[in-house]
Design a protein around this ligand. Structure first.
Ligand code: SAM
Ligand code: SF4
Ligand code: SF4
Length: 340
């Protein structure tokens, strides 16, 4: 299917540009704010093989999205590197006409083994999640007692393989706010952009309240006092991170301020969950069951019409509404199903 570069737009005229694909709901970590071990235990009803979208189904949908103008794909999870033969999926996505960029979000524990193969398959970029540099702190957060070394080794392997690497740190007050400076110091001067993410109220189990959010302003102020920073222009429309550069030439950092400075007006993303539901917002309660439609043997054209209909009805602006103080109590999809 050809990419005509005519984006479809939603109710607020936002174009559909990015597709995020979760390839598994399983993870080798139990980050306390994402998949707390006491809930995601051995009795948790993880998806069965038949419930997961197959590679054929994912590729079919990606082709339809590319035909509607989507150029960027991000693979996520759960932990996407747990999905068997992920490089084969990436190689197939890379072949799709119109797909210009394939990225991966990962905790990087398995990256040392897999980076070169993924790069060869067509992966361009990885975002590695690392919430603390000190082993004890990190071990507590990831719920598995794993220190930062395996992640740092994964980052090194990715860079060596020629992948662009960004590191993402979610900052939750009382959990890892004391790691902001150590992380900034560690990555300063290395060829890696470190981005801080404000802790969000995704899912239903992470004990979020406004007091747990360290704001973009506080993060930047704290770093700036020790290592002066200057603001940098956004790279492109819809870029979610505010960019800053060290004045002394030590590189760049970013902050994703979805809570204190939301960016719904330029949100161009749709999310495909591991079991084939489409979500038009990270905070949605309901997905659109595209797997069911697909398994009912509909044509590509019918699937495309369904996607157009879902996107054109989209009115989501949850983070803007949160900022405006609107009541937002609702049951939400878990982050491990749609991957951030
Ligand atoms: N397992 C992979 C990883 O950790 O990179 C991919 C999936 S994970 C759900 C994607 C990203 O979502 C991670 O960077 C994680 O830190 C972030 N995340 C999870 N819960 C979050 C929350 N409540 N607020 C902000 N970011 C969150
Ligand atoms: Fe796993 Fe990523 Fe969630 Fe941590 S943030 S539990 S690594 S899915
Ligand atoms: Fe996009 Fe929803 Fe996040 Fe707003 S809250 S930026 S609409 S995902």
């Amino acid at each position: 299917m050809e990419n005509n570069n005519q984006y479809i737009t939603d109710h607020f005229k936002r174009p559909l540009k990015d597709l995020r694909i979760s390839v598994t709901d399983q993870c080798n970590f139990r980050c306390t704010y994402c998949m707390p071990a006491e809930i995601f235990d051995k009795d948790y009803p993880f998806l069965t093989k038949n419930e997961l979208l197959s590679f054929d189904e994912i590729v079919r949908l990606a082709e339809i999205f590319a035909g509607l103008g989507t150029e960027k794909i991000r693979i996520t999870g759960g932990e996407p590197l747990l999905r068997k033969d992920l490089d084969q999926l990436i190689a197939r996505l890379y072949q799709i006409d119109g797909i210009k960029d394939i990225a991966l979000t990962t905790n990087a524990v398995l990256l040392t083994k897999k980076a070169a193969k993924l790069k060869a398959a067509g992966l361009n970029r990885v975002n590695v999640s690392l919430d603390a540099i000190e082993d004890e702190e990190f071990g507590k957060i990831n719920g598995r007692g794993t220190g930062s070394q395996p992640v740092l080794k994964g980052i090194e392997a990715a860079m060596k393989a020629g992948l662009q690497v960004k590191v993402n740190m979610v900052v939750k007050k009382g959990l890892n706010d004391t790691q902001v400076l150590p992380m900034a110091k560690y990555f300063k001067g290395k060829d890696v952009i470190l981005r801080f993410i404000e802790f969000m109220d995704v899912g239903n189990h992470n004990g979020w309240n406004m007091e747990t959010v360290m704001s973009k302003k506080d993060i930047i102020d704290q770093i700036h006092q020790e290592m002066p920073l200057t603001a940098v222009e956004a790279n492109y429309y819809g870029e979610v991170a505010s960019r800053y550069r060290y004045v002394d030439g030590g590189g760049e950092i970013g902050v994703i301020s979805s809570v204190t400075d939301s960016f719904c007006s330029s949100c161009t993303r749709i999310r495909l969950s591991a079991e084939g539901k489409l979500y038009t917002c990270l905070f949605a309660s309901q997905g659109h069951d595209i797997r069911k439609i697909m398994r009912d043997e509909v044509s590509d054209n019918q699937l495309m019409m369904e996607i157009i209909s879902i996107w054109s009805r989209r009115k989501d602006r949850y983070s803007d509404e949160r900022k405006e103080g609107k009541p937002l109590k609702r049951k939400k999809i878990e982050m491990s199903y749609i991957g951030g």
